[in-house]
Ligand binder design. Structure first.
Ligand code: CKX
Length: 607
């Protein structure tokens, strides 16, 4: 069943009741909430906005850094007339794990903090009455969670998150929560695969329902005119004179799926879908058969006080900043983003590299940098650990199934990133990578290109896993973590040598940079430049640009990061990571103007 992956829509057969707003909230450091009946309501709550991360709303360190169980609770009125259908609560995410109780009864649980799940509540609901919803959430990290990390215990017994990744471990009900009504017989999922034939498109489709009645699919253009129709749970739709979806020139059709019994409508669902193809060919990434040059960013869902909480205003500003600077792509680093972000990317024609939260698969104890030296407490490297090759691999596969199921129809989702900066220099990584890359090839109906973001500690010749990738993605930091400051020119020389080696190893695979850059404090100016100054970030962007322009099989550049963002505190971070081309309040640094001049002069398509 993939009903949980269908983005909620109001249609003639479907209803939505928003559950966002102020919920009760309480920490449960002794994990006693279930035993003490918090499932029916919290004993001593404060109020907490949903969606939001809880950390940055508090003024005390204990609350901000809280690690362990914590609870949300609210009441929701369920209309009596909804008895003649399914009633579900859809959580667009709960970070990182959640168990849901309705009127004291456990109804579902879910692990993974960045993908949706539903609680089916018909059996426990009080119809035409108020119902208590309690959610036990947990934000503890381990070698089996995606993302990866540890939990440390301080001297007084307090737990503390120790992420293996460089973003703050924000958690909570960070995305939308909705009460849904759908017919008992309903559309559970559907997929489309596009084929372009001259001026026409042939779109193979498959619809999943939980019943036996007839299915029809209708396609409407942007004027609402019907341009195609087919019947049956599977088939092919033909759109003549198709308007293709292109980078920064989107066109979206409305695919309307119906279950009917003669003239009677049983269920209707729709999605806004762009018709396009994406493939690797002739050492290029092709959209609609044309080679593209990707300009854009690694990002984070991150903003002041909201933390990782869904923020439509900040998301809109991010897209406006990306359009201003001339970008046409982004990677959902380092976790699946809210569906609303992908719909925005569909509308604005952005090429999205959709990344699962497989980050930190390398041992680290201090803002992840320890991983470079393999230091830290673990005796083994990450992929040498038996539990990784078994338990974590299953978590990774389940999360990939959820990701592909949720995002498979989006025109903007043009590629998958299955890991970020894993320890890909050890032979034990090979079977793990092969298993997850094979899975995504199997379950993605559109067979999109797959890759992973390569860490600088596993350069060409050391990396053991690049054979699984359809294209190469490099995170490289010459000019910052290595060969920095006055030595940056040496970094450029070393990078060119590594690129030549990559092209020898993988002559048929295009290559792009998914991270490069320099921490930059907005407002720090020096002549000549020094590291951390805005002038230095400009120089580093120029250094990388000259490298990219030297190779036609370098097909994309995504500096790190679009914005400054919050991380775990440490000696390497000044209230977060400052590699943004924009500040955390979305204002441009000097280097953004350099990139704007550069990117607005580079076409989205090479021909
Ligand atoms: N890459 C040496 C992953 C990102 C971090 C970035 C950084 C690292 C660099 C790896 O999540 O923020 O240190 O800025």
């Amino acid at each position: 069943m993939a009903f949980e992956s269908l983005y909620p829509r109001v249609t003639p057969s479907r209803r939505i009741q928003d559950m966002c707003g102020s919920w009760d909230f309480q920490f449960d450091p002794d994990s006693k909430g279930v035993a003490e009946g918090w499932t029916a309501g919290l004993p001593n709550p404060t109020d907490m906005p949903v969606p939001a991360s809880f950390a940055d709303v508090f003024t005390d360190k204990y609350s901000r850094e809280y690690t362990g169980d914590f609870w949300y609770a609210t009441t929701v009125f369920v209309p009596g007339e909804w008895q003649n259908g399914n009633v579900d609560i859809r959580f667009d995410s709960a970070t990182h794990a959640a168990t849901v109780f309705v009127n004291g009864a456990e109804v579902t649980s879910h692990e993974g903090g960045f993908l949706p799940f539903v609680a089916h509540i018909n059996e426990v609901v009080k119809w035409n009455d108020y119902n208590t919803v309690a959610v036990k959430v947990n934000n503890e990290l381990s070698w089996q969670t995606l993302p990866v990390g540890e939990v440390h215990t301080l001297g007084d017994g307090t737990k503390m998150s120790a992420p293996y990744f460089d973003f703050y471990n924000y958690s909570g009900l960070q995305r939308n929560v909705r009460l849904l009504f759908t017919p008992f017989e309903r559309i559970e999922d559907f997929e489309v695969v596009h084929h372009i034939n001259g001026s026409n498109a042939h779109i193979d489709y498959a619809v999943s329902t939980n019943g036996e009645h007839d299915v029809e699919v209708i396609v409407l253009d942007e004027d609402g005119t019907q341009v195609a129709r087919a019947t049956g749970k599977e088939g092919t739709l033909v759109i003549e004179d198709v308007q293709l979806w292109n980078l920064r020139a989107a066109y979206l059709y409305r695919f309307v799926v119906r279950i009917t019994d003669g003239d009677r409508l049983i269920d209707e669902y729709f999605d806004e879908i762009g018709v396009r193809t994406v493939e690797i060919k002739d050492c290029q990434i092709l959209v609609n058969g044309r080679p593209v040059y990707l300009k854009g960013f690694g990002r984070h869902e991150d903003s002041n006080v909201h933390g990782r909480g869904f923020d439509a205003v900040m998301n809109k500003r991010d897209f406006e900043d990306m359009k201003w600077i001339g970008a046409n792509s982004f990677r959902t680093s380092h976790y699946p983003y809210a569906e609303e972000q992908l719909y925005e990317a569909d509308r604005d024609g952005f090429f999205v590299i959709d990344e699962v939260a497989a980050v930190g698969m390398m041992k680290s104890l201090m803002n992840f940098l320890d991983a470079a030296g393999g230091s830290g407490t673990a005796q083994k490297t990450y992929f040498e650990e038996e539990s990784v090759q078994t338990e974590t691999l299953e978590v990774h596969k389940r999360t990939l199934r959820e990701l592909v199921t949720r995002d498979k129809r989006h025109a903007s989702v043009c590629a998958w990133s299955l890991l970020n900066e894993p320890d890909s220099k050890v032979p034990e990584a090979v079977p793990y990578f092969e298993a997850i890359f094979d899975l995504v090839r199997e379950i993605d109906p559109q067979k999109r290109p797959r890759s992973y973001a390569s860490v600088m500690m596993a350069p060409a010749g050391t990396d053991t896993t690049h054979h699984v990738a359809d294209f190469i993605m490099l995170n490289r930091y010459h000019g910052w973590y290595v060969n920095s400051g006055y030595a940056s020119a040496d970094g450029a020389t070393m990078m060119r040598a590594e690129l030549e080696k990559w092209h020898e190893l993988e002559p048929d695979k295009p290559l792009m940079f998914t991270e490069y850059g320099a921490d930059t404090m907005a407002g720090v100016h020096k002549l000549p430049s020094v590291m951390w100054s805005e002038e230095y970030q400009v120089e580093i962007m120029k250094m990388w640009a000259e490298i990219f322009d030297s190779y036609d099989w370098v097909v994309g550049e995504q500096p790190w990061n679009l914005n400054d963002f919050q991380t775990t505190e440490g000696i390497m971070r000044v209230d977060g990571n400052k590699k943004g081309l924009f500040t955390r309040d979305r204002q441009p640094k000097m280097a953004a103007f350099f990139l704007r001049d550069r990117w607005t002069a580079i076409p989205d398509y090479k021909n």
